[in-house]
Design a protein around this ligand. Structure first.
Ligand code: ZN
Length: 299
């Protein structure tokens, strides 16, 4: 366990502004938020391209502009999306925005994600007891994942592995045996609550089920998010267990805390971690913990 804690700001995902108006959509808004989160102690920024009305935006131009803008402001590590269910294309197409980003150092990210399995991600409506969607599958075939791993290695990026449930972790272990995933592996346990049933619930038991099944003989650094649930209810447990924290308005509006900004949420986590004896990892310390190398610009 590292005593420094890696804090990632998950600034927007596909969240709308109905419960918290501070969700950033456009490049200038994301750049401003990433810098503010960095100033509070976050060392990784994760974001999704969005249009002015909040709809998903997959144009590579969006990512180039946003990455370059953040790079110009601060050294926070960049972790863009491959599009989640909003980009249900083949492996090459899903990775194409990263290929564009890798053409210049100023736009290159530090991580590329691999969600190591597939899940139904329909929106459950707990009030009405029905599903609001019935055909959303977040599909990541083994062949697609191996393609991503190959391109990530080619560019010298760090794999950002996402585990939605224990079967994903088992596939991570298999990929480690095959050499597809190098050590240390950086794994996000994506807990889910509310309208999303695809992950383990955002409870101590939901998290324990994940950590129980981590392969003991492998070097794995783990972090936790709670998609559509309040991660602050679990952060003390995560800090004490030696885990890392990935949090932000993308996952949950935190309206019960007075509609905070992303930076205010990061500040809350930093204060709690410090009180429990763990300082936030700087960008350089995060790179050391995850043994990140130099990226290869395509040129
Ligand atoms: Zn995301």
């Amino acid at each position: 366990m590292s005593d420094k804690i890696i804090i990632e700001a998950r600034v927007n995902e596909l969240a709308l502004r109905d419960e918290n108006p501070n969700v950033p959509f456009l490049p200038a808004e994301i750049i401003r938020d990433a810098k503010a989160c960095y100033d509070e102690g976050a060392s990784i920024a994760h974001y999704h391209g969005r249009k002015a009305d909040g709809a998903p935006e997959h144009d590579a131009e969006f990512y180039l502009e946003t990455n370059a803008g953040i790079r110009a402001e601060c050294p926070i590590l960049l972790h863009p999306t491959l599009g989640y269910v909003a980009n249900d294309a083949d492996a090459r197409e899903r990775f194409s925005a990263v290929e564009e980003m890798m053409k210049e150092a100023s736009t290159a990210p530090d991580f590329a994600p691999m969600d190591v399995g597939s899940v139904n991600v329909d929106w459950w409506n707990p009030e009405e007891g029905k599903f609001d969607t019935t055909d959303l599958i977040y599909k990541n075939s083994t062949a697609t994942l191996m393609y991503f791993a190959d391109r990530i290695k080619h560019f010298g990026l760090k794999q950002y592995l996402v585990s939605w449930n224990v079967s994903f972790t088992r596939q991570i272990e298999a990929f480690m045996k095959m050499g597809v995933i190098p050590e240390p592996a950086y794994v996000l346990f994506c807990l889910t609550d509310g309208i999303m049933l695809a992950g383990h619930p955002g409870t101590p038991e939901g998290l324990d089920a994940h950590t129980t099944f981590l392969p003991k003989d492998r070097e794995i650094v783990w972090t936790v998010s709670n998609y559509k649930g309040n991660l602050l209810l679990l952060t003390e447990k995560i800090v004490k267990a030696g885990g890392h924290i990935s949090i932000g308005l993308g996952d949950y509006p935190y309206a019960e805390y007075g509609a905070p900004t992303n930076a205010e949420i990061i500040a809350k986590v930093v204060e709690q971690a410090r009180a429990l004896g763990r300082e936030p990892a700087t960008v350089e310390e995060t790179r050391e913990i995850l043994k990140m190398g130099k990226v290869n610009i395509a040129a």
